[in-house]
Every structure is written in structure tokens, then in C-alpha cells.
Design a protein around this ligand. Structure first.
Ligand SMILES: Nc1nc2c(ncn2[C@@H]2O[C@H](COP(=O)(O)OP(=O)(O)OP(=O)(O)O)[C@@H](O)[C@H]2O)c(=O)[nH]1
Ligand SMILES: [Mg+2]
Length: 236
């Protein structure tokens, strides 16, 4: 039987927080009486994350995980969404898992007010506790998406909730991986005329970002360039 909600969480080298974060999330979802599944989309981990996931999922049928060798956030997230069975899907991050977003986003989807709800850390009313350099990077990334792709919103990375059936055709069209997949997914949803709504979030990370910011830049530029060509030049 398809659950009401699938939570998809990409994970990579998260041995320090995965067990506690998963337990906290499970308790929160159980307390709300939701019919849910959680899919951990893991790839490339070199620490004990896969072993911990194996144990967690063996002891709870609502939890699933899958693995592949190469670390790639976009590939993991996309595969997780395609494996989801829920009427609604929430894409979370293991260092966030804040049920406040679920409480705000799910009713809006259930009432049919939106096809996708994006949790924005840069919208009016949001608070972002990350270091200044990370907040600045988010602003620069959004400017780039605005100039290159005409993106009108304030954030594409991070929390999203959506009606699975409405977004499946969109995800089939996505062409980039790594970090920019998340941006492509949201931008294509806007461009396809789906009802995308942003809500401000209060961002508290359970740990520092695990991937060095500047290492991500070349890939982001390459993939935004590819998207510019595919969407704006070829028009697909
Ligand atoms: N499967 C997979 N998951 C990843 C990878 N990189 C990061 N993640 C997961 O993606 C989520 C967010 O990763 P973070 O390292 O917190 O990224 P961040 O710097 O906060 O990202 P921003 O939201 O862009 O600021 C966490 O659940 C990570 O475990 C990866 O290469 N593969
Ligand atoms: Mg983070």
C-alpha cells in the first residue's frame, strides 16, 4: 500500500548524526500519526553510514535505503524521488530534519493550494543561522539562477514538499546532477506552470556543512551553464 508521505533524504558520510537524526524524525512522524516511509539515498560514503543505515532499516519496515559507489547529491536525490511511493514527497537533509516545515507544507499540499512547497532560507521571514560565507553563497547562487535561467524565487536548495504525481513529469526532464539538480527541479516546476509556493524556514543545522564550499563551485558553474544551454538556447 502506498504511504501518504515519503521522506527522501540524501546522505553522505553522516555517521556522527544519522542514527539520532533518523530516530528524532521517526518519533516526530509517529507522533503526528502519519502513514509514511523514509528513504535514505546514500552514495559514496566511506564511513560507517551504510552499516548504520542497514541496521536502522532492518529494524523498522518504514525505513529504506539504497547505495551506489560514487558520491553525487543530485543522483541520490533523483533516484530517491523515483523510488518514492507516497502521495506526497518531502525532500529533507539529515542535518535539518525540522518537522516545522512538514507541519507547514503538508496541509498546503493536502488542501490543493500548491503542487510544490519550497522551504526558503532566504525569503522574507526566514532565519538562517549558517556562517556569513554560506549565506552569501546562497544569495550569489540565486542571483546566478535568476540571470541565467529567469528564476523568480529566493531558494532552490534544501527543503521541498510536493505532490508526487504532479512532479514526476518534471523530474523526467531534468538533465543535471550534483548540487544543481535541486535547482533544476524547482526551476522546471516554475517554468512548467506548476503551482510552486515558497515558505520561509528557520534554518538550524545539526552540524557544520560537510563539503567544502569552494570545491563545489566549478561543478555548479558547469551545470548552470549546461542548464542555460538546454533550457534557454535549445528550449527543452
Ligand atoms: N547521497 C549523497 N548525499 C549527500 C552528498 N553530499 C551531501 N549529501 C547530503 O545532503 C544533505 C545536505 O548536505 P550538507 O553537507 O549539509 O550540504 P549544505 O552545505 O548544507 O547544502 P546547502 O543547503 O546548499 O547549504 C545531507 O543530508 C548530506 O548527507 C552526496 O554526495 N551524496
Ligand atoms: Mg547542511
Amino acid at each position: 500500500m502506498a504511504p501518504h508521505l515519503t521522506v527522501v533524504i540524501p546522505v553522505y558520510n553522516e555517521e556522527s548524526i544519522i542514527a539520532s537524526a533518523a530516530e528524532e524524525l521517526r518519533q516526530g512522524l509517529d507522533a503526528r500519526g502519519l502513514d509514511y516511509e523514509i528513504i535514505f539515498a546514500e552514495n559514496g560514503s566511506r564511513d560507517a553510514t551504510p552499516a548504520i543505515l542497514e541496521e536502522l532499516c532492518a529494524s523498522n519496515p518504514r525505513l529504506r535505503w539504497f547505495h551506489s559507489e560514487t558520491p553525487n547529491y543530485g543522483v541520490a536525490l533523483k533516484a530517491g524521488i523515483l523510488k518514492a511511493r507516497g502521495t506526497y514527497v518531502i525532500c529533507d537533509e539529515i542535518d535539518l530534519c525540522d518537522l516545522t516545515f512538514y507541519d507547514a507544507a503538508l496541509p498546503r499540499l493536502e488542501r490543493g493550494e500548491a503542487d510544490m512547497v519550497v522551504g526558503s532560507k532566504a525569503a522574507k521571514g526566514a532565519s538562517d543561522q549558517r556562517p556569513l560565507i554560506r549565506r552569501a553563497a546562497t544569495r550569489v547562487h540565486n542571483k546566478l539562477l535568476k540571470v541565467a535561467l529567469g528564476f523568480q524565487g529566493t531558494d532552490t536548495h534544501g527543503l521541498k514538499a510536493f505532490r508526487r504525481e504532479a512532479l514526476l513529469p518534471v523530474i523526467q526532464k531534468c538533465v543535471v546532477d550534483m548540487d544543481v539538480f535541486a535547482s533544476e527541479f524547482v526551476i522546471r516546476a516554475w517554468r512548467e506552470g506548476l503551482r510552486v509556493m515558497e515558505i520561509p524556514i528557520q534554518l538550524h543545522e545539526k552540524r557544520q556543512p560537510s563539503i567544502h564550499l569552494f570545491k563545489r563551485v566549478p561543478n555548479v558553474l558547469k551545470n548552470v551553464g549546461k542548464l542555460f544551454y538546454v533550457i534557454r538556447v535549445r528550449g527543452t
